[in-house]
Structure formats: structure tokens, C-alpha cells
Ligand binder design. Structure first.
Ligand SMILES: Cc1ncc(COP(=O)(O)O)c(C=O)c1O
Length: 409
């Protein structure tokens, strides 16, 4: 490794280790001792393809609208914001109608600071001591952290070999473990795998007769579908939000951070029966969504088409990149590529030295992610120029890693 890569890796390690060390005389919760803050490394490298953002920055007119709305909101920042964020909830409904043909009322949607906060509120309201959350794994690595933070037991059920949800096993686990929450991610992170709506319906139907350990008799689990990446699905594929009116125990989490190209503003939301949202309102912080955030999100929704303008192109980039990846080899064997309905791709499968390949990529200025089962790496879709750099860096990194591990063809 060069000195420069060493420094980058050190920076990444420091960020993960939460330096400086926590003083031992602080009464940190016992179960948190030795834990580290979650987060992908934030490194100053030319090509960042590691956190599944939309790489296209807002256009000048969108920036102007956001600035204008924030200027207006700033005139009354001496007052607390609208706690119920009513204008924004109407905007979520309008968006979900246009994007997914979901017909919802403002009482059926609820916003927060990123879908991270939505999920945490769900765990706070429905998890807790004596309660269990269940998810098909591998999946998004933040879920066990929400569980830890809310004293909820975290249980997983293995996905099939192709990372699709094993519906039969999931339903069986739901009956055996009696979770309060079943968390399904569609498309799944880090695999990109969608959950077909028919599979979701089967799980929802089964949940109607499932019971919940640690809860009042007669209660059933809630089914949470995390649709953070749903806008990248094939056009015409139904979203779980279209089932919200049919299942009062369904909560569908969405975000403006991914396709909507608004990650920096931190806005996520949930579509669910009013009953679920009323439960979340019990645990939310008062005034959790700042007036500035609400103003910025409303301005962005005024430019929905522009914000989503590159989604189709990113889908094409994904298909082209997936195809290209299948032509690449490591140690004489073709890379596997998981079919993705998202803006990222899990690839490899047999990359025993994935850390080394990751470091080699970093040395070439391209940051990807070591995540998911052993042997796999994840890359998210960037601009055309970024993807050209990714391809060049990956080919070179695979050859370098082969050489460094003594592989000869
Ligand atoms: C599956 C999934 N859900 C939720 C999130 C969180 O998104 P945000 O809090 O930015 O809305 C992410 C972010 O990477 C994700 O991958």
C-alpha cells in the first residue's frame, strides 16, 4: 500500500473507531461498552461509490427554490416548527400517488430525519424489552443497531442462496419466534433483491394469525417494508405502499436520500395505517423535523421530475455495469453478479481477499464497500465518468490482488 492509501485507511479506521477512546470512568450502558459508531468511511477520494447516493447534484433552479423556501422559513425560526408537518405529509401523499399509485391520506404518512429515524421510531414503539424483531438476512446492517438501542431481540432467518426471501421459512420463524416486527427490505441492501408483492402478501396474510411474545393477547406483528431504493425498480412493479389500505399492520418506509437525490437534507417517511403512525407519534421527539428541513423538502418536491431525472439513466448504468462485471474474472473464475433492482450491485462471490481488493480500489481513488457475506463487494452507480474510473480501477485491482497473493494463471 502507498503512504497515501495508508493514510486513507487510517482515517477510515479512526472514523469507525470513534477516536478518541471513550473514558472508562463514564457510565456508558454496559451493553454498549466496546461498541463503535456505525457508518461507512467518509473519505476524500475522487470517486465515492459506497453509500448508494444519487451522484447527480441538484440543478441550479432547484438550489434556488430550496434557498428561497429556507429564507422564508428563517423569518420565523424563533418559533417551533409544525410538529405534525402537515404540508410535508400532503407532499408525501402526492408523491406516492404519482410515483407508486398509492392512494393515501396525510394521516397515513409520517416524516422524520431520514428513514433511519423512521425505523428507530418503529423500533421504539413496537420493540423493547421482551420483544423480538425478525428479518431475512443478509440485510441492511443498521437494523441490529436499532434493535440494540431499543433493547429489542434481533433474530434473522436465512435468505435463499440467490438472496430472495424464503417465504416459508420466514412465516415459520414468525410463528415460532413471535416477533413484534418483521422487517423486509425491498430492494434489499446489500443484495439489490426485490421482494415480489405476492410474497409480501403471503407474509402479511400469515401475520394476521401470528402472535407477539411479550405483548397483550390478541396482538399481531407489524410488517415493515423498507423501500429505500424502490424508485430504481423496473417500471410497472408494484410498491408495498399500494397495500397500506388493505393491511393495518403494514408500515412501508421510504426515503428522499436515494433516487430523490436529497440525502444531505435527511428526510425519510413512512406510509402506514393511522394506528401505526399514532404509535410512532408517542415516541417521537417533540418538533423532531426542523422548519428548515420541512422547507427544503417541500421545495425539492416542487421539482420532483428534475430530482428523479437521472433515475432511468442510473438503471441503465446498473444493467450495463452488471453485464460488464460478468466479463471480469478473479483467479480464473468469472465474477458473480446479483440481479439488482436498486442503484447498487453486489458482485464477486469468491473474492476471498475482498479487503485487499477494496484497498487496491482505494489506492486508485475509488471507494466501494466491503459489506454482505464473505467474498462479495458492493458498488453503487455513479456518473458515467465515475463508472469508467470504477471499471479501470477494478480490473487493475483484481490483477494486483492476484499478483499479491501469488496467483498465476
Ligand atoms: C435499506 C436502507 N434503509 C434505510 C437507509 C437509510 O436511509 P436514510 O436514513 O438516509 O433515509 C439506507 C441507507 O443506506 C438503506 O440502505
Amino acid at each position: 500500500m502507498t503512504a497515501e492509501t495508508n493514510a486513507l485507511m487510517d482515517a477510515a479506521a479512526d472514523a469507525n473507531a470513534g477516536e478518541p477512546a471513550i473514558p472508562t470512568d463514564l457510565p456508558l450502558r454496559n451493553d454498549l461498552i466496546g461498541e463503535e459508531p456505525y457508518g461507512a468511511p467518509q473519505l476524500d477520494v475522487p470517486v465515492c461509490l459506497n453509500v448508494n447516493e444519487n451522484p447527480y447534484a441538484p440543478k441550479a433552479d432547484v438550489v434556488e427554490s430550496i434557498a428561497q423556501r429556507i429564507r422564508e422559513a428563517a423569518r420565523s425560526v424563533n418559533r417551533y416548527p409544525d410538529r405534525e408537518h402537515e404540508a410535508l405529509r400532503q407532499a408525501f401523499c402526492d408523491y406516492l400517488k404519482a410515483e407508486s399509485d398509492a392512494r393515501l391520506q396525510p394521516a397515513q404518512v409520517w416524516g422524520a430525519n431520514g428513514s433511519n429515524e423512521i425505523m428507530l421510531q418503529l423500533f421504539m414503539a413496537f420493540g423493547g424489552p421482551g420483544r423480538t424483531a425478525l428479518a431475512p438476512a443478509p440485510t441492511y446492517s443498521m437494523y441490529p443497531e436499532y434493535a440494540r438501542d431499543t433493547f429489542t431481540a434481533w433474530q434473522t432467518v436465512p435468505r435463499n442462496d440467490d438472496f430472495t426471501v424464503n417465504v416459508v421459512d420466514t412465516i415459520q420463524a414468525m410463528h415460532e419466534l413471535q416477533p413484534a416486527m418483521v422487517v423486509l427490505t425491498s430492494p434489499n441492501n446489500p443484495t439489490g433483491t426485490p421482494l415480489p408483492i405476492e410474497d409480501l402478501k403471503q407474509i402479511l396474510e400469515a401475520s394476521q394469525s401470528a402472535t407477539v411474545a411479550g405483548a397483550q393477547p390478541g396482538t399481531h406483528p407489524i410488517v415493515v417494508v423498507d423501500e429505500a431504493y424502490i424508485e430504481f425498480r423496473d417500471p410497472g412493479t408494484p410498491s408495498a405502499t399500494t397495500l397500506v389500505n388493505d393491511y393495518h399492520n403494514l408500515a412501508v418506509s421510504r426515503t428522499m436520500s436515494k433516487a430523490f437525490a436529497f440525502a444531505g437534507s435527511r428526510v425519510g417517511y413512512v406510509a402506514a395505517d393511522k394506528g401505526i403512525i399514532d404509535c410512532m407519534r408517542i415516541v417521537r421527539m417533540p418538533y423532531h423535523l426542523s422548519a428548515i428541513t420541512q422547507a427544503a423538502a417541500l421545495a425539492a418536491f416542487d421539482h420532483t421530475d428534475e430530482q428523479l431525472a437521472e433515475v432511468n439513466h442510473l438503471r441503465q448504468t446498473r444493467e450495463q455495469t452488471a453485464q460488464w462485471l460478468t466479463t471480469q474474472t478473479y483467479k480464473g473464475k468469472a465474477l458473480q453478479v446479483m440481479p439488482s433492482q436498486s442503484n447498487f450491485i453486489l458482485f464477486g462471490g469468491h473474492l476471498a481477499e475482498r479487503e485487499l481488493i477494496f484497498e487496491q480500489m482505494l489506492e486508485r481513488g475509488v471507494l466501494i464497500r466491503v459489506v454482505g457475506p464473505e467474498g462479495w463487494l458492493r458498488v453503487c452507480m455513479g456518473t458515467d465518468e465515475e463508472m469508467a474510473q470504477f471499471r479501470a480501477a477494478l480490473t487493475a485491482s483484481l490483477r494486483a490482488a492476484e499478483q499479491m497473493t501469488g496467483y498465476t494463471a
